[in-house]
Design a protein around this ligand. Structure first.
Ligand code: AHM
Ligand code: MG
Length: 342
């Protein structure tokens, strides 16, 4: 006998909830909204689709490998890094929604060319996070953070970029994984959209994501163990022991791309850590392009993010490329870590 077909509930595509529509509906609820925010998001999503297209056929086009230079962080620049950076800048600069940008790949702020209008927002991004994974077909991502400008008019300034994480008006990331997923928050609710590559649209696939209060997985580069503060070493040893919360050892997962490790942590719970170490005494990850946007998302989903001693979102940046230690994830897992470092 042939099985009875089960059609199930309508898919996100059938419902037509695209990213554009989701943001537009929200804009309608804000009195006096100008559409600038919606426009900025459309530009970011376009850049995401363009980067995804290049990432997914990277081995076939001439985009893999190094450009032979190091970036402001002293790291080797990969070709796809440069391409992703250019795509984001070009997609956003002409829209008239931002007054200045800053990127992990650029030493200084990225001004908006004078022939384009200057808008009220500031955009900061890590165009291609997880660079070391590009050439080996592992998940990589884009991270972005949006602030309102502080300066009154005209070209934006470095000070417009140097704002605390609490001042973000939106943050998000795009994960180029087994599928391409865009996750964003404006501080209330975290929503995820999956790219249908045939339609070329992001459809709502993860509405109102809440991070579990506690997880059962930790994510850290354990190759750095000998370089850590002994209290961090003891904390990781505890997570691996039968004394760990739940009475059994935590599992370990580490991809080495913050976007991918964070996405898993957001959906399944647990904790991701990049502690300070002897080589990176202030931590490795950058406050403005990586830690603050992810902390904004984590808190909006009911999780937490700390340097070990203070809330990441409260850090006042001093320079564009400031770094900070990061412990982020389920609220109870982060609280345990804080207690152990106190
Ligand atoms: P990148 O932005 O240059 O790719 O560097 C940041 C990446 C993060 O995505 C990841 O969490 C970390 O560096 C991995 O570092 P390591 O290879 O030291 O474990
Ligand atoms: Mg990065």
């Amino acid at each position: 006998m042939r099985p009875t077909p089960s059609w199930g509930p309508p898919s996100p595509e059938q419902l037509g909830w695209t990213l554009d529509r989701h943001i537009f509906e929200r804009q309608r609820r804000v009195q006096g909204a100008t559409g600038d925010f919606t426009g900025l998001f459309q530009s970011i999503a376009l850049a995401g689709r363009m980067i995804a297209a290049r990432v997914h056929k990277a081995g076939l086009s001439d985009v893999l490998g190094r450009v032979g230079a190091t970036n402001v962080q002293g790291e080797e620049v990969q070709r796809l890094d440069v391409i992703a950076n250019q795509i984001l800048v070009r997609c956003v600069e002409a829209g008239g929604h931002v007054c200045v940008m800053a990127s992990e790949e650029n030493e200084d702020i990225i001004p908006i060319p004078p022939h384009f209008p200057h808008g009220k927002y500031v955009l900061m991004f890590d165009p291609l996070d997880g660079s070391s994974n590009i050439d080996v077909c592992m998940s990589i991502g884009t991270i972005f953070s949006v602030h309102r400008r502080l300066s009154k008019a005209g070209p934006g300034t470095r000070e417009d970029c140097l704002q605390k994480g609490t001042e973000q008006v939106a943050a998000g990331y795009i994960l180029y994984g087994s599928s391409t997923v865009l996750v964003y928050t404006t501080g209330q609710g975290v929503h995820g959209f999956t790219l249908d590559p045939l339609v070329g649209e992001f459809f709502l696939s993860h509405e109102n994501i809440r991070i579990p209060k506690r997880g059962a997985t930790y994510s850290v580069n354990e190759g750095n163990t000998l370089r850590w503060d002994p209290r961090v070493r003891e904390w990781v040893a505890w997570l691996k022991s039968a004394d760990a919360p739940g009475g059994q050892p935590y599992g370990h997962r580490y991809i080495g791309t913050l976007v991918a490790d964070f996405h898993r942590t957001l959906l399944k719970g647990g904790i991701f850590a990049y502690p300070a170490d002897d080589k990176n005494p202030s931590g490795k990850l950058r406050l403005l392009y990586e830690c603050a946007p992810m902390a904004f998302i984590a808190e909006a989903a009911g999780g937490a993010a700390t340097t070990g001693t203070r809330r990441v979102l409260d850090i006042e940046p001093e320079a564009l490329h400031d770094r900070t230690p990061l412990f982020i994830g389920s609220a109870e897992d982060v609280a345990d870590l804080e207690r152990r470092l106190a």
